[in-house]
Write a protein that binds this ligand. Structure first.
Ligand SMILES: [Fe+2]
Ligand SMILES: [Fe+2]
Length: 272
């Protein structure tokens, strides 16, 4: 099918509510502080997105604390890891702890929930627009750019696997400059990459969510007009609500659809 166009399986109409947040930085001492936010997400949304930096240093104990915090959440949870989740070299263990707690951790993967497709990658830096870092000179520079290109390719192939008209991108790093505005310009190249923007435009996603830029801006658009939401927790606390830092976005679905086998999920009013 043509990206972004109905393939004939969908008609009629409904909507799902997406709750999103990032940069939880769950620590070894976290004890219940996130539970009220997660409980609110469970009450108001159909799916919860966690856009990276789920833990502070990537320790297994931090991941287990996060799982405890997520106890009130019965709706499907989709996550990507962030740079902090890699800090201790335990990213695989962090991912397993979350996956065992039925969090869908995406790393170049795609999943369908309630008729909407979600593609997720961590992403990487590299800068934006004409100032994007190019693979030239030292091997270290080429390796840095290679990582950004690799993440963009993973995002593209994940989006290509989603066959429904409504697709959402879940990222940690920003795909556009607009949502990192507010951060020091000197660190822009470490906050995201325009290479992540190209797949969003090509596959005409309904929206993209990211974190990482704690002092960035809450919303921007890609060059094709696709909304991009920075849902970093510190930013949501500052711009949305100190008590309830949770971004809610409603996405229309042309038809109420069943759930693919790869995405065990349910609406919040279904039997638990
Ligand atoms: Fe962060
Ligand atoms: Fe981060």
């Amino acid at each position: 099918m043509t990206p972004g166009t109905p393939d004939g399986r969908y008609g009629g109409g409904t909507a799902i509510r997406i709750a999103a947040m990032a940069d939880l930085h769950c620590s070894k001492t976290n004890q219940g502080s996130l539970q009220p936010i997660f409980a609110a997400a469970n009450e108001t949304a159909d799916v919860l997105l966690l856009c990276g930096d789920l833990t502070d240093y990537g320790y297994a104990e931090e991941a287990r604390n996060l799982v405890a915090e997520l106890a009130p959440v019965k709706i499907p949870i989709i996550a990507v890891l962030g740079n902090h989740d890699y800090e201790s070299g335990n990213a695989d263990e962090v991912k397993k702890i979350l996956t065992d707690a039925r969090v869908r951790v995406l790393d170049g993967d795609a999943v369908e929930v309630l008729g909407v497709g979600f593609a997720g990658v961590k992403g990487f830096g590299g800068g934006f627009g004409r100032r994007t870092i190019e693979p030239w000179g030292e091997d270290a520079t080429k390796a840095f750019v290679h990582e950004a290109v690799s993440e963009a390719l993973k995002l593209e192939s994940a989006l290509a696997r989603l066959r429904m008209p409504q697709r959402i991108a879940v990222l940690h790093y920003s795909p556009i400059e607009a949502t990192v505005e507010g951060e020091p310009r000197e660190i822009f190249p470490f906050l995201g990459s325009s290479r992540l923007e190209e797949p969003l435009n090509r596959y005409r996603v309904a929206a993209a969510f990211h974190g990482h830029a704690h002092r960035g801006a809450p919303e921007g658009r890609t060059s094709a007009g696709i909304p991009v939401y920075n849902v970093a927790l510190p930013l949501l606390r500052r711009t949305l609500s100190e008590q309830l830092p949770l971004k809610i976005v409603e996405v229309s679905v042309p038809e109420p659809v069943g759930i693919s086998e790869s995405a065990p999920s349910r609406r919040r009013d279904d039997p638990q």
